[in-house]
Write a protein that binds this ligand. Structure first.
Ligand code: PLP
Length: 382
C-alpha cells in the first residue's frame, strides 16, 4: 500500500504519465515561441493546433471556439467580467448561490458593471429551471438595446457533487434571451459533456482537475459571447494575449483525451469504491448525513457527522496520512460553515462536522476501507 492515501481529487488530481511524457519535448527541446515565423516555432504552433482539436472533440465543440487560459479561475472571471460585446454594456447576471468563489467574487467585485441575481438551490443543491425562467422576467422593466443577460450555473458542485439539470437550465435561459455559462471545472473529463447537445454558450474547464497539469485550462465560447480580457499580442485569435503555455496545453489535451476514452471504465471503478465506503459508513453506527443530489459527481462524498468538528477530523486524518478536505479546498483558510452547506439548509450540528472525500481513478477499495476504519476510530472515541 502507498505511504499515504490521497482522496481529495476534487482539489486536484495526479498528473497522467502520458500527459507528462507529451509535455516534456515542449519544455526541453521544442521551446520555440509559437508566434514566431521560423521553422523552430512550427512544432509548438502545430502542437497547440492539435491540442485545440483534441479538446474540442472531447466536448463536442469546434476548435475555433476553444480559448486556452491559465485555469478555471481565469475562465470563470473571463466569462463574467467580459460578457457582452464590449465594456460598458449593461448586464444582468443570474448565478446559483452555490457557485465557486471564482464566479461569486467576480460578480461581487464588479457589481458596478451589472445587476446580480442569486438563484436559490433546494436541499440537494439543485437549481430550478423554473426559477431561472422567472427571474429573467422583463415585463415590468425598461430594457435598453445594450442590455445583455447571462445565467451562470455550475455543471457540478465542488463541495457536494450535485450535477445540475444543465440542458433544462439552458433552455429556460434561452427562452428569455439570456446566454448560459457553466463552470464545468469539476465535470469535464469525469462525466460525458457535449456542449452542442446541452446548448451551453460558455463553459469553463481546468486541466489539473482531470489529470492534466496545473495552471492551464480553457474557456469554450460558442460565438462571441465574451470580448478579449487582456491587451497585448494576437494569440488565441486575438482573444487572450500572452505567449501560450505550450507544454501545459499539450498535457491538458492528452489528459482529457485519455480520461474521455476511459470514462466508462473510470466511472464504474470510482462508483464501486464510493459504494463500498458508503456501505461501511451505513454499517458504522455513526450519526451522519450525506449531502448532494443522487445525480452527483462519481466519487465525491460530502459527509456530515453530527456534533463533530470537520476541521479537527481533517487534522486527525492528516496525522494518519489520509488527505481529504473540509468543504472546498479552494477555501481551506475559511473555517466557517461554507456558503454551499448554508444554501442547502444543513443544520449547524451536522454542517460543522463536514468533510469532503473525493475518490478518483487511482483509489482502491482497500483505501476506502482504511478511510472508513479511521473515521470509525476517531469518531467512536468522541
Ligand atoms: N470552479 C470550480 C467548480 C472549482 O472547483 C475550482 C477549483 O477548485 C475552480 C473553479 C478554480 O479552478 P482553478 O484551480 O483551475 O483556478
Amino acid at each position: 500500500m502507498a505511504q499515504y492515501i490521497y482522496a481529495d481529487n476534487a482539489a486536484t488530481t495526479k498528473l497522467d504519465i502520458d500527459a507528462f511524457e507529451a509535455m516534456k519535448p515542449y519544455l526541453l527541446d521544442e521551446y520555440g515561441n509559437p508566434s514566431q515565423p521560423y521553422f523552430f516555432s512550427k512544432r509548438p504552433k502545430m502542437a497547440i493546433k492539435k491540442a485545440r482539436e483534441i479538446i474540442a472533440d472531447c466536448i463536442g465543440a469546434e476548435p475555433k471556439n476553444i480559448f486556452f487560459t491559465s485555469g478555471g479561475t481565469e475562465s470563470d472571471n473571463w466569462a463574467i467580467k467580459c460578457f457582452g460585446a464590449a465594456p460598458g454594456d449593461v448586464h444582468i447576471i443570474a448565478t446559483s448561490s452555490i457557485e465557486h468563489h471564482a464566479i461569486l467574487n467576480a460578480c461581487d467585485n464588479h457589481s458596478e458593471m451589472h445587476e446580480w441575481i442569486h438563484l436559490s438551490v433546494d436541499k440537494n443543491g439543485l437549481v430550478s429551471p423554473n426559477e431561472l425562467y422567472n427571474v429573467f422576467n422583463w415585463e415590468n422593466r425598461p430594457i435598453c438595446t445594450c442590455m445583455t443577460f447571462l445565467a451562470s450555473v455550475m455543471f457540478a458542485n465542488n463541495e457536494i457533487g450535485t450535477i445540475q439539470p444543465i440542458k433544462e437550465l439552458v433552455e429556460a435561459a434561452h427562452k428569455r434571451g439570456a446566454a448560459f455559462h457553466t463552470d464545468a471545472v469539476q465535470a469535464v473529463g469525469h462525466v460525458p459533456i457535449n456542449v452542442k447537445e446541452l446548448g451551453v454558450d460558455l463553459l469553463s474547464a481546468s486541466a489539473h482537475k482531470f489529470n492534466g497539469p496545473k495552471g492551464v485550462g480553457f474557456l469554450y465560447d460558442s460565438g462571441k459571447h465574451v470580448y478579449a480580457h487582456n491587451d497585448g499580442g494576437s494569440q488565441e485569435f486575438g482573444m487572450r494575449a500572452g505567449t501560450e503555455n505550450v507544454a501545459g496545453i499539450v498535457g491538458m489535451a492528452v489528459a482529457l483525451q485519455k480520461n474521455c476514452q476511459e470514462m466508462d471504465k473510470n466511472i464504474a471503478h470510482i462508483k464501486t469504491v464510493e459504494a463500498h465506503f458508503i456501505d461501511r459508513m451505513n454499517n458504522s453506527g455513526l450519526d451522519f448525513v450525506r449531502n448532494g443530489s443522487s445525480n452527483h459527481l462519481p466519487g465525491l462524498v460530502s459527509i456530515s457527522f453530527k456534533g463533530a468538528d470537520g476541521e479537527a477530523l481533517l487534522h486527525r486524518l492528516d496525522l494518519m496520512k489520509i488527505c481529504v478536505s473540509t468543504g472546498s479546498a479552494c477555501d481551506s483558510v475559511n473555517t466557517q460553515v461554507s456558503h454551499v452547506l448554508k444554501a442547502i439548509g444543513l443544520s449547524n450540528e451536522y454542517a460543522k462536522g463536514t468533510i469532503r472525500i473525493s475518490f478518483g481513478k487511482h483509489n482502491t477499495i482497500e483505501e476506502a476501507d482504511t478511510i472508513a476504519d479511521a473515521l470509525i476510530k476517531i469518531l467512536g472515541q468522541n
